[in-house]
Design a protein around this ligand. Structure first.
Ligand code: MN
Ligand code: MN
Length: 475
């Protein structure tokens, strides 16, 4: 073969590593950057699962989606767009297609919970004239990353009289913030130098500073704690016991920002997995009269194993499919519902780890995702011999790759770390238990699960484009 022939062959058969930025023309680049502005607003408005549900519903209603509970009561229906909320923490959106629901749906499932510090049920105490709150972290965190970070408190309190109170303190620039203090370097040496990181940072020491003004003189027991409790009682009417029936989450008190001289990246809390939630939502909004019905599911509790009634292990997806069968005047029986599920294909929309230039050693470079290299296809998650993985089929991956190529979506493939290095799971395996085809597919992040997760604007755009083509494969 001559040089020209070899070059041609090389172009033809060698797999290329791409930067998504290389494939963005001027128009797409400007779209991608303005899309990122909308994404940042979404992140700022949706820092907890409850806030994410509210934000998704607000946007869905503005796009003409109606609550399926209302639709079920009506005899005739004009709308083809529905949403279903469950317990204020999980939500699903659907657009009915021209074909029956029984023929299957195109489903994108993401999660809207993120790692954080949850207040314990008896959180308040005083020590050395300071008032602190005890926490139990939620999801997988590297504990030291949460020290010395400005924190905001978001949550819901059910008061003794049954009243419900939503709080959000620390986001407004005039608000106070909260923080977990850390040991100064001058005194950390002896205590910490020979300890493992996991021993240095103890979960029980992630206590949040929240006050220091006493009430009354030193004859009054717990007068510092009482000072804080009086403030809370005066402002919100809550008593100490009300913390027991509360869900208060401490999250980083910062807004989403651009990263880099070129503003090509986004730094923000909660991008795992709200980057997938946002792109799936926008992809569904862009869908016009599809052939197959489309569904976007937004689950809670993924970060603690998809447990509980608001997690993906619950029957939420099936309930929603059954209700869609009813509003679409199809048989709402078990067999039709099962057919609908078995004929569906699903993207488990979650993030993968982008290889960090400073920590390449935890990855197999040949099979790790890179930031900015497009949407990432993850055939399997899990750990140690694919344990806990759903392991998507070659047929499904082939179909998705064909679709992405056809729509000029830059994609890559990634594995979460080296074999035996560690690992993790997603919604994928729980959704696959229903029997439908499921593939993990989403952007990659740097600093995953930290207070400042980092994404690429090019990946954000490619993910949106990828999800859009999944919902409308014939376009
Ligand atoms: Mn995730
Ligand atoms: Mn996660």
């Amino acid at each position: 073969m001559n040089k020209k022939e070899i070059e041609k062959l090389e172009k033809n058969i060698l797999k290329k590593d791409k930067s998504a930025f290389d494939y963005l023309n001027k128009k797409e680049t400007s779209f991608a950057f303005s899309f990122a502005e909308k994404y940042k607003t979404f992140l700022d408005n949706a820092k907890t699962e409850r806030e994410a549900v509210n934000e998704i519903i607000k946007r869905a209603e503005a796009k003409g989606f109606i609550n399926i509970n209302n639709a079920l009561k009506k005899k005739s229906l004009k709308s083809k767009k529905f949403y279903k909320i469950f317990k204020g923490k999980t939500v699903g959106l659907a657009v009915l297609g021209k074909k029956p629901v029984e023929n299957g749906l195109n489903i994108i499932a993401s999660h809207i919970d993120s790692p954080r510090l949850d207040l314990k049920q008896n959180p308040l105490y005083e020590d050395l004239d300071l008032v602190l709150m005890k926490t139990h972290y939620y999801g997988g965190i590297r504990k030291y990353q949460w020290l010395n970070v400005p924190l905001a408190l978001h949550g819901t309190i059910i008061k003794a009289d049954g009243g419900k109170l939503d709080i959000n303190i620390g986001e407004d620039i005039e608000d106070p913030i909260f923080a977990v203090s850390d040991l100064l370097p001058h005194l950390a040496g002896k205590l910490q130098q020979n300890k493992k990181v996991s021993d240095v940072f103890e979960g029980e020491k992630l206590n949040i500073l929240c006050g220091s003004v006493p009430l009354g003189d030193d004859k009054i027991k717990n007068r510092f704690k009482l000072g804080v409790l009086k403030l809370l009682y005066d402002k919100y009417g809550i008593r100490e016991e009300d913390f027991v029936s509360a869900e208060i989450e401490a999250v980083p008190a910062a807004k989403a920002r651009d990263i880099g001289f070129d503003r090509s990246m986004i730094g923000a809390y909660g991008q795992d997995d709200r980057i997938c939630a946002f792109t799936a939502l926008e992809a569904l909004f862009a869908l016009k009269s599809p052939s197959k019905s489309a569904m976007a599911l937004f689950f809670d509790k993924e970060e603690i194993g998809s447990e509980g009634n608001t997690g993906a292990k619950s029957g939420f997806a099936e309930d929603f499919v059954l209700e869609l069968l009813i509003v679409n005047r199809e048989k709402p029986d078990y067999r039709t519902m099962r057919n609908s599920i078995l004929n569906s294909q699903c993207i488990s929309a979650d993030v993968n780890a982008a290889m960090d230039p400073d920590f390449k050693e935890v990855h197999d470079k040949m099979n790790a995702a890179k930031l900015g290299a497009g949407i990432c296809i993850t055939k399997y998650t899990g750990a140690r011999g694919k344990s806990g993985a759903s392991d998507a089929s070659a047929e499904l991956i082939g179909k998705i790759i064909k679709l992405l190529n056809k729509n000029k979506v830059v994609w890559q493939t990634g594995e979460l770390g080296k074999v035996d290095e560690g690992g993790g799971g997603t919604l994928g395996k729980f959704l696959a238990e229903s029997g439908m085809d499921v593939l993990d597919c989403g952007p990659s992040l740097l600093s995953m699960h930290s207070p400042l997760e980092i994404s690429s604007k090019a990946d954000l755009y490619m993910t949106y484009k990828g999800y859009k083509s999944f919902f409308a494969p014939n376009k």
